[in-house]
Design a protein around this ligand. Structure first.
Ligand code: PLP
Length: 289
């Protein structure tokens, strides 16, 4: 895939030419936050919600918002215009900037590094929707502020690799006998016709896609509830779904080598997945912000 035109610190340039300092604190400390938002037919999906979460992440690491909503929207529009986007995703990253000294306690007044690019995304493989995906479980080994979407993702990537090494798609994490989330997904558990997902807080990332699932459930007159979910409830689920920006909603049909429910994507998944696709089509051509 040819590399796209990206945005770096006010300039649009080929990604192959983009350079940042090795003294950037993102490189040295993972001192940075980011967002990933989907593009459906070149339209950013839930742009406002992603910018708002980015601003919450920035506040969480004591950085001011470097751009206004309108400026972020303009940046996204420009990247979309300069690349043939179609369906894909947009990546935005803000780092605390570069300094010589490797100070754990950063000096004030650093110039943040702003980086963004667009990537095309292949459609979801039909087998994911028709047969579902496998997941494994593992202890949640992350830090205590998982609501901050930080690029310091070492625990997440190790956990994801665990899944892939075991032939699975995702690792679903447990902490003190309760479900937290997937390594890069929000987990929904469906039991007796009700859609459950753990409440937002410091212990999980408040997913943007989970909110869409909640809204679609309301449209479909399905019951949904945000509450703590025990490991036994997870294992006894009729259906399990993963929700995340780049793929929408996917059904988990195998958990740790045991079939979830019937072992096939369930009836509620089919309803919500169809409603999701319909919703993205409805939005086509409407303003992103
Ligand atoms: C840890 C984690 N949880 C949940 C999500 C889902 O969030 P969203 O729906 O906004 O993509 C992500 C997305 O990357 C994630 O990394």
């Amino acid at each position: 895939m040819p590399l796209p035109i990206c945005y770096l610190n006010g300039t649009y340039l080929p990604l192959t030419e983009a350079r940042v300092s090795p003294l950037d604190r993102a490189f040295l400390f993972g001192d940075a936050v980011y967002e990933v938002l989907p593009l459906y037919a070149s339209r950013p999906f839930r742009l406002r919600e992603h910018i708002e979460r980015l601003n919450r992440s920035l506040a969480g690491i004591r950085m001011p918002a470097p751009l206004s909503h309108t400026d972020w929207a303009e940046l996204c529009r420009e990247l979309i215009t300069r690349n043939s986007a179609g369906d894909g995703y947009l990546y935005l990253q803000v780092t605390r900037g570069a300094e010589f000294g490797r100070n754990h306690a950063w000096p004030e007044g650093l110039k943040p590094t702003l980086f963004a690019y667009i990537s095309a995304l292949d459609p979801v493989p039909p087998s994911f929707l028709e047969q579902g995906v496998a997941a494994v479980t593992a202890a949640d080994t992350r830090w205590a502020r998982r609501d901050i979407k930080s690029t310091a993702l070492l625990a997440n990537i190790l956990l994801k690799k665990l899944a892939v090494d075991g032939g699975a798609f995702e690792t679903i994490m447990l902490e003190q006998g309760e479900l937290t989330e997937g390594s890069s997904t929000t987990v929904h558990v469906i039991k007796d016709g009700v859609i459950y997902t753990p409440p937002n807080g410091h212990h999980i990332l408040p997913g943007t896609t989970r909110d869409v699932v909640g809204e679609l459930a309301a449209r479909l007159k399905l019951r949904s509830e945000s509450r703590r979910i025990t490991e036994s409830e997870l294992r006894a689920a009729d259906e399990i779904w993963l929700a995340f920006a780049t793929r929408g909603v996917l059904p988990v049909t195998k958990l740790d080598d045991t079939a979830v429910g019937s072992g096939k994507p369930g009836p509620l998944f089919k309803l919500v997945s169809a409603a999701f696709a319909e919703y993205t089509r409805e939005l086509a051509g409407t303003p992103a912000l």
